[in-house]
Design a binder for this molecule. Structure first.
Ligand SMILES: Nc1ncnc2c1ncn2[C@@H]1O[C@H](COP(=O)(O)OP(=O)(O)OP(=O)(O)O)[C@@H](O)[C@H]1O
Length: 721
């Protein structure tokens, strides 16, 4: 798959200031954000609008205009080289919005803005684009209506970076010598604490506050360290992998992009399963990404291993979470039991005890304490058993329960808070240690996929660019045009896209001007007047021609079953004016036509230009314009007009008049319009048909009047058919 928006331009940019809109301040901001002028230029040239938008003070529209300007400079041709009037530009913008509505990603939506029609002299670029689009068209039929596939695409976005504020707080790097300290600070200080240590007690003090301690020098490793302090030693700080010291970073990257990466993999698989080979090279042999998928399935969106991945992690996590509630409920129950036991108890003395008491060999207090102690100890044992069982504690952890309760009787029963805190800390440290092992496993696997994943996501985003065009094409059954060398535009079964969006089903139209294989023999005029009934579809046909030309010169498929498109360098579109123009606007319009005799091939589409000034004068002006236009053998023109006969009277050149006619009136006396222009024929006008309608509706004596009017049309008709 070739990249259509080429990077090897004819005029590569060498400075940001060459781009319109970039002054000193913006240039500085871009360099600061992207690291260098070269990097900033690369982002702009690639049209990476999303990245530009991230720069402080650059709006989406500004980013777009920078990218467009850069492209037009590097390609050596701009949007206004082809689209010569405001209305031509407006039509292009409407088409672009329609195409963009088929994009599934912001990336494709943004990049589509960089496609605009190019003059025929840049056939190299146009053909590149046609080739690019051509590779995708088949996909439109296969996937454009597949909701699961479209849903996958909508989940793809530019990869999010690791959050800048990522901090690991339960791990510390302790350094005994200054060299490792410097190296450790440089590599890791942004993400986890790095501390210099002066002596052993400082080492022990600091280490005991963290569940994991990392050292890169062995200064304190020779000493006997207290139980629970087990620093991890990595000999070579420059050789240690990031996933070993800070697996959280890799995990955070994948966790943030989990949904997108999974969607991309599924898109690539879906395409491969239907024999579309866009990602085959990247996917490699089947199973290449299995390890990635497995690792992703174990990673939660919080960047931690998910529940169910490791039973030991789950056990410790649950024990920590439930410790307080299980303890409170065990204590409550034990206290209630003890209450009940004490309330129901009476003291019965044995004969021996009575003798001892009487002889002073035993105090009554002692006797009571002995009895109470038995009850107390019994309840404490029950609580410990319940804690051990419900929290699923292991041997070492169970031993810690012994110090949780005092040997001295206390009532109501309660746990020693500082011992409870120690137990909690122990559980937490064990959990974090076990979790770190798992995190490292996952991060190690994921780190080997970092680059392929970045490439995959980039490619899927680029894929959506071509695929959006394919979906647009599939929706409207578009076809790539045939670019011919003669001056002409001709098509079979063309359908105006804007009308189609509005009405769903419309009448396809055949039409041709100039020399194409669709032109009737001997009627290959390059400049034509299009006449016809009101609401016959003249404006719609003019728009259809414009759509075909704009899309065709963008390298895109067009809304016609077949289309031949001759060379067009410049495209002029003049829409219907709302009324007679004032002197200034009239002058401006005339000025736009003054370039018509220049050598480059021009296509001029004009809709009822006569309304720019009074009818007599406008017929003369239009006749003059048409004559001028027909002098240039590379130019084409279609002028919609209700004054065709008057214009012809004033024009000397070979100008054809075509007509969109109503075939008559249907049974409801509505006009039946043939949307296909009849070549070389002035269409009957609507007023004539309105007279006929009135005639057919009337039965009274007014009938004579309408017959008289109808005959008037017959005698006045100057149609050359
Ligand atoms: N090919 C077509 N198929 C179906 N309907 C069409 C087609 N072309 C035009 N129409 C219908 O006719 C309406 C009028 O079309 P359009 O404005 O192009 O006519 P017009 O000849 O330019 O009219 P006017 O002379 O009044 O300016 C459109 O809004 C549309 O509803």
């Amino acid at each position: 798959m070739k990249s259509v928006l080429r990077m090897n331009y004819s005029h590569p940019l060498s400075s940001l200031r060459e781009i319109h809109g970039i002054g000193e301040r913006v240039a500085d901001r871009l360099v600061e954000h992207f690291g260098s002028e070269e990097a900033a230029l690369q982002v702009i040239s690639e049209g990476d609008i999303a990245s530009l938008f991230e720069v402080n003070g650059i709006s989406h529209n500004f980013a777009l205009s920078l990218a467009r300007d850069a492209r037009s400079r590097t390609e050596g041709c701009s949007i206004s080289d082809f689209l010569k009037t405001k209305e031509a530009l407006d039509l292009y913008s409407r088409l672009l919005e329609l195409i963009k509505s088929f994009a599934h990603t912001t990336h494709a939506r943004d990049k589509l803005n960089l496609f605009y029609p190019l003059p025929a002299s840049r056939m190299d670029l146009i053909q590149d684009r046609q080739a690019f689009v051509g590779e995708y068209l088949e996909l439109g039929d296969a996937f454009s209506e597949n909701p699961e596939f479209l849903q996958l695409l909508s989940r793809v976005k530019k990869l999010s970076p690791v959050p800048a504020n990522l901090r690991v707080r339960d791990r510390i790097i302790l350094c005994g010598d200054s060299k490792t300290l410097e190296a450790a600070r440089e590599r890791f200080q942004a993400f986890l604490p790095v501390q210099a240590v002066e002596n052993l007690s400082e080492f022990v003090d600091l280490a005991s506050g963290y569940s994991s301690v990392i050292v890169f020098d062995d200064v304190y490793l020779g000493f006997d360290l207290p139980e629970g302090i087990e620093p991890e030693y990595f000999q070579d700080i420059s050789g240690v992998e990031l996933w070993q010291v800070l697996p959280e970073k890799e995990l955070a990257f994948f966790a943030r992009n989990l949904d997108c990466v999974r969607a991309c993999l599924n898109i690539a698989y879906a395409l491969r399963s239907r024999d579309f080979n866009f990602f085959n090279e990247l996917l490699g042999e089947s199973g290449r990404f299995d390890a990635l998928e497995e690792a992703l399935s174990k990673l939660g969106e919080d960047g931690k291993p998910i529940k169910g991945f490791d039973p030991e992690l789950d056990r410790l996590g649950a024990a920590l979470q439930n410790l307080d509630t299980v303890l409170t409920s065990a204590l409550n129950e034990a206290n209630q039991r003890m209450n009940r036991t004490l309330e129901a108890s009476s003291l019965t003395l044995s004969g021996q005890e009575l003798i001892k008491l009487m002889s002073g060999g035993m105090e009554i207090k002692e006797l009571l304490a002995k009895e109470l102690n038995r009850i107390y100890k019994g309840e404490i044992e029950v609580i410990k058993e319940e804690l051990a069982e419900k929290l699923d504690l292991q041997k070492q952890e169970k031993l810690m329960l012994d110090s949780l309760f005092s040997d001295e009787i206390s009532y109501p029963l309660s746990a020693d808070q500082s011992q409870l805190q120690l137990l909690r800390q122990k559980l937490n440290n064990t959990l974090e240690k076990a979790r770190l092992v798992r995190k490292r496993e996952l991060a190690k696997t994921l780190s080997t996929f970092r680059q392929p994943v970045e490439k995959l996501v980039r490619k899927v985003l680029d894929f959506d660019l071509g695929f959006s065009i394919a979906c647009f094409s599939a929706k409207f059954k578009l076809k790539l045009p045939k670019l011919i060398s003669e001056t002409g535009i001709g098509f079979k079964a063309g359908e105006n896209l804007f009308l189609k969006v509005r009405h769903g089903k419309i009448d396809p139209v055949n039409y041709s001007v100039g020399k194409t294989s669709f032109s009737p023999a001997g009627l290959e005029s390059r400049v034509v007047l299009l006449s016809g009934v009101n609401s016959g579809g003249k404006t719609s046909l003019l728009e259809l021609v414009a759509q075909c030309v704009i899309l065709g010169y963008m390298g895109f498929p067009v809304p016609a079953k077949e289309l031949e498109l001759g060379p067009v360098e410049e495209f002029y579109y003049f829409g219907k004016s709302k009324g007679t123009l004032d002197a200034g606007a009239f002058e401006t319009t005339l000025k736009q036509f003054s370039v018509l005799s220049e050598a480059a091939g021009k296509l001029v589409l004009a809709d009822e230009l006569e309304s720019i000034t009074e009818p007599g004068a406008s017929a003369r002006i239009i006749a003059g314009i048409l004559e001028y236009l027909s002098r240039n053998e590379w130019s084409l023109g279609i002028f919609v007009s209700h004054l065709s006969e008057l214009i012809l009277e004033n024009a000397g050149a070979d100008i054809r008049v075509d007509g969109i006619e109503a075939k008559g009136l249907d049974s409801h006396l509505e006009l039946i319009v043939n949307r296909n222009p009849v070549y070389n024929h002035v269409a009957r006008s609507t007023p004539e048909l309105i007279v006929e309608r009135l005639l057919r509706k009337t039965i009274g004596k007014e009938k004579d009047f309408y017959i008289h009017l109808k005959n008037k049309f017959k005698t006045d008709s100057k149609a050359p058919s």
